[in-house]
Design a protein around this ligand. Structure first.
Ligand code: T3D
Length: 259
C-alpha cells in the first residue's frame, strides 16, 4: 500500500491520486517513488485500459517540495531529475494506455509539467498552472521544455517559462495546454467519463495511435507516412478492426478486446 498516493481500480480505469494535500501534493522522494510505482502498476495490469491521475485537497501539485531540499547543501538537482522525475514522465509517455490528468487546483513547477505530460487533461475552473521554476532561479523541468512549446507554441512557452505567471484553467485551455475546463463539482464525473470512454476504445489502436502521434512530433512526413502504413497493416489484421467494421454496419456499439 502507498502512503502518498492512492491507487484504485474502477472497472477498466486505474485511478491514481496524489495524497499529500497538506503539502499541496508537493513532491518528496516518497511521493515520486510511489507515483512511479503506481503508474507502472497500471501499465502492467492487463485489465486496465486508461489511467486517471488526480490529486487530493486544494492543489493538484506544487512541484518539488521546497522544504525537503532547503537544507540539503550540495544536492545535485540533475540527479533528482534523472532518478526521480524523468522516469515518471517516461512511463506516462511510454505506456500503451492513455493517461488523463484531472486537475482540481494549482499545478506548479513539476506539478504543471506532470499535467502537461499526460495524454489528455481536464481541469476544474478553479485550477491554475504556473511554470514556477524561474522564480527560484531554475529551468523548467520534468518535460516542460519539451511539452510547453509543442502544446502552446514557442512564443507562449517563452512567456510562461520566463515570466512564471500563473494562468487560469480557461487560459490553459485556450493555449492548448489542457483539453477542457469544467465547473469544480463536475470535474470527477467528467474526468471519469472521459477515462471510461478511452477505456472502451480498441486498446491496440489506442496504443498505436499514442505511439504514432509521439513519433510524428519528431519525425519527418516521409517517416510518419511509412510508420502509419506499417501500423495500419498491423491494425487492419486485428479482431478489433473486424469488430468495429461489423458493429458499424450492424449499427450497434462495438466491443473491443485488444486482439
Ligand atoms: O529539486 C529539484 O530536483 C529541482 C526540481 C524542481 C522541480 C520543481 O517543481 S521546482 C518548482 C517548485 N515549486 C514551486 O516553486 C511552486 C511554489 N508554490 C507556488 O507557486 C504556490 O504556492 C502555488 C501556486 C502552488 C499555490 O499557491 P497558493 O496561493 O494557493 O498557496 P500559497 O499561499 O502560495 O502556499 C500555501 C503554503 O504552501 C505556503 O506555506 P505557508 O505560508 O502556509 O506556511 C507555501 O509556502 C507552501 N508551498 C507552496 N508550494 C510549495 C510549498 N512548500 C514547499 N514546497 C512547495 N513547492
Amino acid at each position: 500500500a502507498y502512503e502518498t498516493v492512492e491507487y484504485a481500480r474502477e472497472g477498466r480505469v486505474a485511478r491514481i491520486v496524489l495524497n499529500r494535500p497538506e503539502q499541496l501534493n508537493a513532491f518528496n522522494p516518497q511521493m515520486r517513488r510511489e507515483l512511479l510505482d503506481a503508474l507502472k502498476r497500471a501499465e502492467r495490469d492487463p485489465e486496465i485500459r486508461a489511467v486517471l491521475l488526480g490529486a487530493k485537497g486544494r492543489a493538484f501539485c506544487a512541484g518539488q517540495d521546497l522544504e525537503t531540499i532547503r537544507s540539503q547543501a550540495g544536492l545535485d538537482y540533475g540527479d533528482l531529475l534523472r532518478e526521480g522525475y524523468n522516469p515518471i514522465v517516461q512511463v506516462i509517455v511510454r505506456m500503451d494506455k492513455p493517461v488523463v490528468a484531472m486537475v482540481q487546483g494549482a499545478a506548479a513547477g513539476a506539478g504543471a509539467s506532470l499535467a502537461f505530460a499526460c495524454d489528455l487533461a481536464i481541469a476544474s475552473e478553479k485550477a491554475s498552472f504556473v511554470e514556477a521554476f524561474i522564480h527560484i532561479g531554475l529551468v523548467p523541468d520534468t518535460g516542460s521544455c519539451w511539452f510547453l512549446p509543442r502544446l502552446a507554441g514557442l512564443k507562449k512557452a517563452m512567456e510562461l517559462a520566463l515570466l512564471g505567471d500563473r494562468i487560469s484553467a480557461a487560459e490553459a485551455e485556450r493555449l492548448g495546454l489542457i483539453n477542457r475546463v469544467v465547473p469544480p463539482e463536475r470535474l470527477e464525473e467528467e474526468a471519469l467519463t472521459l477515462a471510461e470512454r478511452l477505456a472502451a476504445m480498441p486498446p491496440l489502436a489506442v496504443a498505436r495511435t499514442k505511439r504514432a502521434l509521439y513519433r510524428g512530433l519528431s519525425a519527418s512526413l516521409e517517416e510518419t507516412l511509412a510508420l502509419e502504413a506499417r501500423l495500419q497493416s498491423e491494425s487492419g489484421r486485428t479482431e478489433d478492426h473486424r469488430e468495429g467494421m461489423q458493429a458499424f454496419f450492424e449499427k450497434r456499439r462495438p466491443e473491443f478486446y485488444g486482439r
